[in-house]
Write a protein that binds this ligand. Structure first.
Ligand SMILES: [Zn+2]
Length: 355
């Protein structure tokens, strides 16, 4: 079944992890043997080939670069100008993948329909991976003119915050609102018809955003607080608000967001019994809140700074997402529901936003 993944950090992997994603997952692992600079060395699960094998023909692919002010302890760039330059480097990598036919950028309805036709008609052995550009955390947007420039470069979704306090909103593990700058950004996002990604907004910033913003919005990679009680996940009240506004919520495969009591660096998928069944639990929770299968999808984040050590035990590569339809089927989901979840909800959302 065709899969839409609403959150991958492909360019970050290429440019900061030095991974050539045209290699196989196994070759990337072999190259990283013995490296200890990052916890997921040698344990990656994503490559362009693995995406093709798993029929994941379309994704939201990020630019990501955090700007941190002097007093902030989080890792990041010391100026928004450096953060902007980093995102431009990431875009240059996407362009290089386009130039050799590995990827293709999707920015409008016609390109979306053509791409889906291609994947429907030709099978998946050589097709380019379609990507829609999104920005995770808006700190690299130096001025609103930079947002317009990004839109011209193909940016179609944006999350105002990531971790900690940002320029335009407060993100995960921080507390605070969106301020004047946040409101100005939201106005410009709505004017440009960019999709607002509510993922990572802290509670206060989330609710202020709901008041200030009336354009298209979703949550690309966000799990349920009712199942894993942490501010990174959304409460039922937040999920219900998103559903009311027509959002789709992508379920992420980062272990600590899937099961309670995960201890980073200590817990293992095996010791916690973590499998795709837990993903199905989060999917089911949102379907129960909505009363239908129309508001949930997939936003794996499988290359978001972690690998097999922090993913479900039954994920060796991203291609193993193809195990999910059968799990849902066994829980009583019908074919239509499963299609909605694997791709149709996000695609319907894009068509509506772009038509
Ligand atoms: Zn994220």
């Amino acid at each position: 079944m065709f899969i839409f993944d609403a959150h991958l950090d492909l360019a970050m992997n290429a440019m900061e992890w030095n991974r050539d994603l045209t290699w196989s997952v196994e070759d990337i692992r072999a190259k990283e043997e013995g490296m200890i600079d990052k916890p997921d060395r040698g344990k990656n699960t994503v490559s362009l080939g693995a995406m093709r094998r798993g029929n994941i023909g379309l994704c939201m692919a990020t630019q990501i670069a955090r700007y941190v002010k002097k007093e902030n302890e989080l890792p990041g760039w010391n100026s928004p100008h450096q953060a902007w330059a980093q995102t431009q480097g990431q875009l240059a990598w996407y362009r290089a993948m386009e130039a050799i036919g590995e990827m293709v950028q999707i920015t409008n309805l016609a390109e979306l329909n053509n791409h889906l036709d291609l994947w429907n008609s030709l099978g998946n052995s050589k097709n380019p991976i379609g990507y829609i550009l999104s920005l995770e955390g808006a700190d690299s947007i130096i001025t609103l003119d930079h947002l317009e420039k990004s839109y011209e470069q193909g940016l179609r979704a944006i999350g105002p915050a990531h971790y900690g306090p940002g320029t335009y909103a407060h993100g995960t593990n921080s507390i605070g609102g969106i301020g004047r700058k946040g409101k100005e950004l939201l106005k410009e996002i709505a004017r440009l018809n960019i999709i607002l990604d509510t993922t990572h907004l802290c509670d206060e910033s989330f609710w202020e955003t709901m008041k200030a913003y009336h354009g298209p919005l979703w949550a690309s990679h966000n799990n349920c607080r009712a199942l894993v009680n942490h501010n990174r996940q959304f409460s039922d009240e937040q999920l219900i608000e998103l559903i009311r506004r027509g959002a789709v919520i992508g379920i992420a495969l980062d272990a600590w967001m899937m099961v309670p009591k995960w201890v980073k660096g200590e817990s293992t998928p095996e010791s916690m019994g973590l499998t795709l069944e837990h993903m199905a639990d989060h999917i089911d929770h949102i379907c129960q809140l909505a009363g239908n299968s129309l508001h949930v999808g997939i936003g794996t984040d499988l290359d978001g700074g972690f690998g097999r050590e922090q993913s479900p035990a039954d994920i060796n590569t991203i291609a193993d997402l193809q195990k999910l339809p059968n799990l849902l089927y066994k829980r009583g989901y019908n074919n239509k529901d499963i299609e909605n979840i694997m791709h149709a909800n996000f695609i319907r959302f894009l068509r509506k936003t772009w038509s």
